[in-house]
Write a protein that binds this ligand. Structure first.
Ligand code: ATP
Ligand code: MG
Length: 326
């Protein structure tokens, strides 16, 4: 089984990335051959600062490794170290109906948030389809926001198979499956919307202690008075707490919400304490990695080599299938 997932260096990794994608991806490593990449071509749709791009890309790799990605089991690499993926995206774009892209929520959400509507942002799902198909991926662990993009990927792969498939099975590509964990499919941000690097509503995995506390204290709440009962199900504080607390602790907080008598400020303090503790082992691992200056770049170089070998094979198949080569 081949497992693939990517994460953009469009900012600093947050706990939505961790629970939605990184933790499941790390857990899946033992079930097959993993290819995890830093989606720098994708990040160019929102980030036009070359220094920030270089720094974020390195930092995403460091943080992913600190969270438990095992570079002996899986390949970790930069998307741009496999430029064949842009060649495949072009081929895919020639069979992709405009209407398919026009229906994509992610594009519409980003425009609504004030991002410029570039051609790259619009065709992002085509590049994502290429990312997945170029490694003959079977399983793609993602958050719910990427579900539609996986459907687009399957539609495009089917279109290629129908148009260019020949031979006994008639397949150029196999169809990948998303793997979405229901409990963590949309981790809410400080404003209650999906936590996103580009929305400025994040709690970072490796933020400074003071800053992390400050951000948690700034989670937006309703104005229910301290004494009144509160609804845990609609509270981001409770949702976030349930990600890092034990079942017993989660139940205790649910009851305290229902009972009344505790203010949101107290719940936020409990959230901070559990969250800070949860990521302590990852902070320790990160410090170990930082003590080996070349480690991250060595991992990325090895990952790029493995990814290139597979991508080149698949691209050779595609070039033959569409008639670019004999
Ligand atoms: P950007 O704002 O630049 O799009 P992002 O925070 O959405 O950044 P991505 O790099 O686009 O992060 O996504 C990486 C992975 O993390 C994807 O699989 C995505 O589904 C997942 N993910 C991102 N945010 C969340 C969230 N709030 N809850 C669950 N999963 C998430
Ligand atoms: Mg995103």
């Amino acid at each position: 089984m081949r497992i693939l997932s990517g994460i953009q260096p469009s900012g600093v990794l947050h706990i939505g990335n961790y629970f939605g994608m990184m933790r499941p991806a790390i857990a899946l490593q033992s079930e097959g051959e993993a290819f995890y990449f830093i989606a720098d071509y994708h990040a160019l749709t929102s980030l036009h600062d070359p220094n920030a791009m270089r720094e974020n890309s390195h930092r995403v790799a460091l943080d992913f490794l600190a969270c438990g990605l095992d570079p002996e089991r899986g390949a970790l690499f930069r998307q741009s170290d496999v430029p064949q993926v842009t060649e495949l995206a072009w081929v895919l774009s020639t069979v992709t109906p405009m209407g398919l892209l026009e229906r994509c929520h992610s594009y519409k959400d980003k425009i609504a948030r004030g991002m410029t509507a570039s051609a790259g942002l619009f065709t992002y799902p085509v590049l994502m389809a290429a990312d997945i198909l170029i490694y003959d991926s079977d399983v793609v662990p993602v958050g719910k926001d990427q579900k539609q993009h996986l459907e687009v990927t399957r539609d495009i792969a089917t279109k290629i198979n129908e148009t260019f498939g020949s031979g006994p099975d008639g397949q150029v590509f196999k169809l990948p499956e998303p793997r979405i964990q229901t409990a963590t499919e949309v981790v809410p941000g400080l404003d209650g919307q999906k936590m996103s690097k580009s929305y400025g509503n994040t709690i970072d995995i490796f933020g400074e202690e003071k800053e992390t506390r400050k951000r948690i204290m700034s989670i937006i709440t309703d104005s229910t008075p301290v004494d009144e009962p509160k609804n845990p199900e609609t509270s981001s504080i409770f949702q976030l707490y349930s990600l890092v607390a034990s079942a017993a602790e989660t139940n205790a907080m649910r009851e305290a919400f229902a009972q009344g008598g505790t203010g949101y400020g107290d719940f936020k303090k409990q959230l901070f304490a559990r969250l800070w503790e949860h990521f302590a082992p990852m902070r320790a691992r990160r410090a170990e990695i930082l003590a080996q200056p070349d480690y991250v770049e060595q991992v990325l170089a090895r990952g790029a080599e493995r990814a290139n070998a597979v991508a080149e094979q698949v691209m050779a198949r595609v070039r033959r299938a569409v008639g670019l080569r004999r």
